[in-house]
Design a protein around this ligand. Structure first.
Ligand code: NAD
Length: 494
């Protein structure tokens, strides 16, 4: 049986104590035994990250960037292996897994430009013979806690920028699919990242609690569900850390009566059911405006019934299994709840069985129509292949629905009307907006992050924001005494 351990100071570290199985969600088989970090192991990682910090933070940014250049090429070279590790433990299709690694590599590319991002600013002669300049310096040890649904992409949205900025890093990946993040760390060492700059600790809640309260940790980046995000934000800020904690979502897509329905149906099929709906940017609620709902549901339903469901390794699979048996039951129980709440279950995927994979966590796509805003299947994040359709009489009502929802991660509108699209982009209370784009995950050089209860803290990931999160600003005002000045008792002005 494969054993999964920790990566500390450039080496695999084997710990004793608590362990749990890592499963293949398509077959239900145990893939590996995962060992959790105990207190001594956590201390070892902190020690390694502390020891590596002075030399790494003093390394010129351009040399740090060169390591990242090499890392980018290594990630590309090993893309197939990384994707296979993801599919084996997460279940998503190999093509989707490859795409997610690629979206992670884009942030490595961004981090290669760190000398430019860190260049600061200089104001000559800010006052007579006085210059003023600002610079960005690393924070120290940064911690990243990541969810199961993007085991490569989300860690890659964090640590490359953090280390490029001169910090050291401890990653605590999801205990459900830890193999790919571990491989990411090995490749970083191979690329030339000094030992101790990037460490990986395996574990769960207990490991996280120790890390986010540890006096040597300067900053915490978290991505996961909202209750955990909120708790991590409160606890870690209480302990003096800089924190960004990204939470859950209920992403709405408004379909206007003038939209190209075929285009919207095609886009939403992938956006709602791709990766079995286990994406924080998945569309999980459609708001159909005016009379568009009947045509939309009539066209979408047969496509949902016809989804090709299978193991992520099969070339023609469109939708793989859910992450775990518990999660499968949770998602199915939401479908039961929707029926009880009185929504119209147009496509019922609860009884789906995949031949030869009876122990896999498969279910079919589900589609609810005539859902109302008070129903729990609308209010809560289901995080599975379940799309709910609400009907709104006009754009203003649809916009209000989106704005009143507690989550504000992503949203989209399908329309041919530029004026409506512009009003939507301007007035919607959501962090990432798509116009005829169903999953508006921004490119690496633009910021990623939600609003409302989808993000605790206010600095987003990647774009300039990542660099801002992982550095603190220092501003220097300097004068050289060629023209001597006397004592000043008043606040200097220009
Ligand atoms: P999760 O909250 O269960 O776990 C996330 C991480 O936190 C894991 O590493 C886990 O070990 C740790 N953890 C779990 N419970 C904890 C606790 N009580 N205290 C401290 N740490 C704890 O999330 P998940 O199931 O792995 O991921 C799915 C969730 O992540 C969904 O809600 C999804 O919307 C969200 N997500 C959000 C974004 C975003 O950008 N906003 C991106 C991806 C996923």
């Amino acid at each position: 049986m494969k054993e999964i351990n920790h990566f500390i100071n450039g080496e695999m570290f084997v710990s004793q104590g608590k362990a749990q199985s890592v499963f293949n969600p398509a077959t239900g088989e145990v893939n590996a035994t995962l060992h959790f970090a105990d207190e001594a192991t956590i201390e070892l990682a902190i020690k390694a990250a502390t020891a590596a910090l002075p030399a790494w933070s003093a390394t010129p940014p351009v040399r740090r960037a060169r390591v990242l250049f090499k890392y980018k090429t290594l990630l590309e070279k090993n893309l197939d292996e990384l994707a296979s590790l993801i599919t084996a433990e997460h279940g998503k299709t190999l093509t989707d897994a490859r795409g997610s690694v690629q979206r992670g590599i884009e942030v490595v590319e961004l981090a290669c430009g760190v000398p430019y991002l860190l260049r600061g600013s200089y104001a000559e002669n800010a006052a007579t013979d006085v210059d003023c300049y600002s610079m960005r310096q690393p924070l120290g040890i940064c911690v990243g806690i990541t969810p199961f649904n993007f085991p490569a992409m989300i860690p890659l949205w964090m640590f490359p920028m953090a280390v490029a900025c001169g910090n050291t890093f401890i990653l605590k990946p999801s205990e459900k699919d830890p193999s790919c993040p571990l491989r990411l760390a090995e490749l970083a060492l191979e690329a030339g990242l000094p030992a101790g700059v990037l460490n990986v600790l395996q574990g769960d809640k207990t490991t996280v609690e120790k890390l986010i309260t540890h006096p040597k940790v300067a900053a915490v980046s978290f991505v996961g569900s909202t209750p955990v995000a909120e708790n991590i934000y409160q606890t870690a800020t209480h302990h003096g850390k800089r924190v960004q904690a990204f939470g859950g979502a209920k992403n709405h897509c408004i379909i206007m009566p003038d939209a190209d329905i075929d285009q919207a149906v095609a886009a939403l099929l992938g956006a709602a059911y791709g990766s079995a709906g286990e994406r924080c940017m998945a569309i999980s609620a459609v708001v159909a405006v005016g009379n568009v709902a009947d045509a939309f549901v009539a066209k979408l339903a047969p496509r949902v019934r016809a989804l090709k469901i299978g193991p992520g390794t099969a070339a023609d699979t469109e939708m793989g299994p859910l992450i775990s048996k518990e999660h499968l039951q949770r998602v199915k129980s939401y479908v039961d709840l929707g029926v009880k709440e009185g929504a119209d279950l147009v496509v019922d995927g609860r009884d789906f069985q995949l031949k030869d994979y009876q122990h896999g966590n498969f279910m079919g796509g589900c589609l609810f129509d005539k859902v109302t805003p008070t129903m729990r299947i609308y209010r809560e994040e289901i995080f599975g292949p379940v799309l709910v359709v609400l009907r709104a009489p006009d754009f203003a009502t649809a916009l209000q629905l989106v704005n009143e929802h507690e989550y504000g991660n992503g949203t989209a509108i399908f329309t041919r009307d530029g004026g409506i699209a512009r009003t939507f982009a301007s007035q919607v209370k959501v962090g990432m907006v798509g116009i005829n784009v169903p999953i508006p995950v921004p490119v690496a050089y633009q910021p990623f992050g939600g609003w409302k209860r989808s993000l605790f803290g206010d600095i987003h990931l990647h774009g300039d924001e990542g660099m801002r999160f992982y550095t603190k600003v220092k501003t220097v005002t300097q004068r050289w005494f060629e023209n001597p000045v006397g004592t000043e008792f008043t606040l200097p002005t220009n």
